[in-house]
Ligand binder design. Structure first.
Ligand SMILES: C[S@@+](CC[C@H](N)C(=O)[O-])C[C@H]1O[C@@H](n2cnc3c(N)ncnc32)[C@H](O)[C@@H]1O
Length: 309
């Protein structure tokens, strides 16, 4: 596959079925039980940060999590936001909803359902700085996102976006365990993954470190220090394997993308033999083509409440 063909929006679309299997059912059930009743006059105000192409909006409607909501989805990438608008329109129509496009999002309606989505291309940090959103939301959502920010610094600011009492739902938080089977070379496999995790911990933005390969477990403490109360937590591991018909849906592409991400992170790494690494990457892609590769990534989900004074 050429560089160009590793489309991020296709990766996020392919990830949906993997995430659907992984999301922790108990944590989701506690979220469902904790949500207030909604109506057209009293919609649930949701903020999703790093929303990508909007698959969580689809998922929440598929789960019947709420019937009436004002759902703000933010992401830094123009392409994601534009893709989300188009994709949601198609998804809504295919799923028996009426969808009306607005300039900044779309309204999805159906029997007892009225969800106004607002898709905004903005950096979370600018969104936070813009004080108008302070104290606005009933539910704060971050899905496969928090490992991209400096959590101790950012989490209290995220909680400030919630109303006096609000819920948070933080899912697919990576927790430093990747399993790729079959093994190619025990020591080299281990070395590659160790360096890969190190790249997650060494990310620098504005001269400051951010990112954490152990976001999953560390969130437990960070949530509490930031004033959140955890109502439920549990694992949400990705597990991708070929069935009798091969990998489901577009999950072969998902796997190729994961291997390519490891390649990009470690290409020309001084602690890796370049030709051995190139060969390792080639073999991993070949394992996917032969429908041999099994991929497991350990992740954790959390649901909880925040209270502001
Ligand atoms: C791993 S993707 C997950 C996307 C989506 N939640 C999903 O799981 O399909 C992380 C997303 O966060 C977005 N992102 C990264 N940093 C951001 C920031 N500071 N503010 C808003 N979005 C950000 C990226 O553009 C990307 O779409």
């Amino acid at each position: 596959m050429t560089q160009y063909e590793y489309s991020f929006t296709r990766y996020l679309a392919a990830k949906k079925s993997v995430d659907n299997r992984a999301i922790n059912r108990h944590v989701r059930q506690v979220l469902l039980e904790s949500l207030p009743q909604t109506s057209a006059n009293q919609p649930l105000r949701v903020l999703e940060m790093g929303a990508g192409i909007g698959t969580m909006i689809e998922r929440m409607l598929e789960w019947d999590l709420f019937s009436c909501a004002d759902y703000t989805a933010i992401d830094t990438q123009t392409e994601n936001i534009q893709h989300a608008q188009r994709r949601l329109l198609t998804w809504a129509t295919q799923n028996g909803y009426q969808a009306a496009e607005r300039i900044d999002g779309l309204t999805i309606g159906g029997e007892g359902v009225e969800v106004h989505t607002k898709l905004i291309e903005v950096d979370l940090f600018d969104f936070i700085t813009d004080q108008q959103y302070f104290g606005t939301y009933d539910l704060l959502v971050a899905h496969a996102f928090l490992d991209l920010v400096d959590i101790p610094e950012t989490l209290p600011q995220i909680f400030n976006l919630g109303r006096k009492e609000s819920l948070f739902y933080f899912t697919i938080n990576y927790d430093e365990l990747t399993i790729l089977e079959p093994i190619i070379d025990q020591d080299f496999d281990h070395h590659v993954l160790k360096l890969y995790h190190r790249t997650m911990n060494d990310r620098i933005r504005d001269g400051k470190r951010f990112g954490d390969s152990r976001t999953g477990r560390h969130l437990f403490e960070h949530i509490q220090i930031s004033g959140g109360q955890i109502l439920a937590a549990g694992s949400s591991d990705w597990f991708v394997f070929p069935g009798s018909g091969g990998y489901p849906q577009d999950e072969a592409f998902f796997l190729h993308f994961i291997i390519h991400t490891i390649y990009q992170a470690l290409n020309k790494h001084p602690e890796l033999d370049a030709s051995q690494f190139e060969e390792w990457i080639r073999q991993r892609h070949a394992q996917i083509e032969r429908q041999e590769l099994i991929y497991i990534a350990h992740q954790l989900d959390y649901v909880g409440m925040t209270q502001r004074n």
